[in-house]
Design a protein around this ligand. Structure first.
Ligand code: HEM
Length: 323
């Protein structure tokens, strides 16, 4: 009897501890239906905003996808990139990879305003940015995917981390592999995500050294065409398409360009030159379906880097400032 009582008590206290633990760790989880009761029209509202912005300027699709990437690589996908400078916030907007370069802040702010009108204080800026990147892909003919929601917005930004963790266009393949690995993304993810450079533009000073290098990893005709709009001195901010064939639509031409040594950035071309990444570039250059599927899967992974979950974080009322 005594032994029965003591086993019962042990079992009882174990159960109580487990119950207590599970009730303490009530951190929310990402879910595709996160707003289905609290803001059922949020997704449609965001999609309309993004479609409108992309119709007004095709490049905006590229800019929104990049903005999401630059958010997620700095303390996770928490909309920290959207915070403006204040005496207590060192904005990421002024970090080297973002200043005079990252765009699309207004599109997110506009979408947020419209969502706030229908359900105030419910939908986070981090989720809006994640959805906008997916909607941007679809708007220019790219793949779609289900976005899990429930991210909260940060109350802090981290300019120093934006300067260290966002990869440089002069990086070699191993450096790129490690920069993504520390965020939980593998080599295949990194290459698929670099395929975003099927869209958008880059400034002359970021690819000048490559087009004047006379190196063997660049097509001479391509280099000479690019030099026309990117002189050796001056014209630093002149733009060139990252995908010279179809910069406004999502396809695998970026990878086909790399095979022809017509990558714009050094960090693009190294993916073909390096033995550790070459075979995946070749695969995507031959198989657009494989690229699109891997891109979608990698965007989901990227969108789930270190999500800030309730009870942490807030829902900002405007994306540029904490409430
Ligand atoms: C692999 C490392 C990467 C490097 C070194 C890199 C670097 C760059 C650079 C230097 C630019 C041009 C910026 C300018 O001229 O102002 C750019 C543009 C762009 N990047 Fe990347 N990037 C990388 C990965 C990614 C990833 C992972 C994504 C998205 C998932 C992405 C999406 C884009 C897009 C869409 C543009 C064009 C933006 C526009 O036209 O507004 N990049 N990138």
């Amino acid at each position: 009897m005594g032994s029965f009582t003591s086993s019962f008590c042990t079992l009882f206290s174990l159960t109580s501890i487990l119950f207590l633990l599970s009730s303490i760790s009530c951190e929310a989880q990402l879910s595709t239906i996160f707003y289905s009761k609290t803001c059922p029209n949020a997704l449609a509202t965001i999609r309309t905003s993004v479609r409108r912005a992309v119709s007004a300027e095709r490049r905006m699709a590229a800019s929104l996808i990049r903005l999401h990437f630059h958010d997620c690589f700095v303390q996770g996908c928490d909309a920290s990139i959207l915070l403006d400078e204040t005496p207590s916030i060192q904005s990421e907007k002024t970090a080297f990879p973002n200043i005079n370069s990252a765009r699309g802040y207004n599109v997110i702010e506009d979408a947020k305003r419209e969502v706030e009108r229908i359900c105030p204080g419910v939908v986070s800026c981090a989720d809006i940015l994640t959805l906008a990147a997916r909607d941007a892909s679809v708007a220019v003919g790219g793949p779609t995917w289900d976005v899990k929601l429930g991210r909260k917005d940060s109350t802090t930004a981290n300019r120093a981390q934006a300067n260290t963790d966002l990869p440089s266009p002069f990086a070699d393949a191993n450096t790129l592999i490690s920069a993504f690995a520390v965020k939980g993304l593998n080599t295949r993810d990194m290459i698929a995500l670099s395929g975003s450079h099927t869209l958008g533009q880059a400034q002359c000073f970021l690819f000048r050294s490559r087009i004047y290098s006379n190196a063997t990893d660049i097509d001479p005709g391509f280099a000479s065409t690019r030099r026309r709009q990117c002189p050796q001195t001056g014209g630093d901010t002149n733009l060139a398409p990252l995908d010279l064939v179809t910069p406004n639509s999502f396809d695998n031409n970026y990878f086909r360009n790399l095979v022809q040594r017509k990558g714009l950035l050094q960090s693009d071309q190294v993916l073909f030159t390096s033995a550790s990444t070459n075979s995946i570039v070749l695969e995507y250059s031959r198989n657009p379906g494989a690229f699109a599927a891997d891109f979608a899967a990698a965007m989901i992974k990227m969108g789930e880097i270190q999500p800030l979950l309730a009870p942490n974080g807030i829902v900002r009322r405007t994306c540029g400032a904490i409430n």
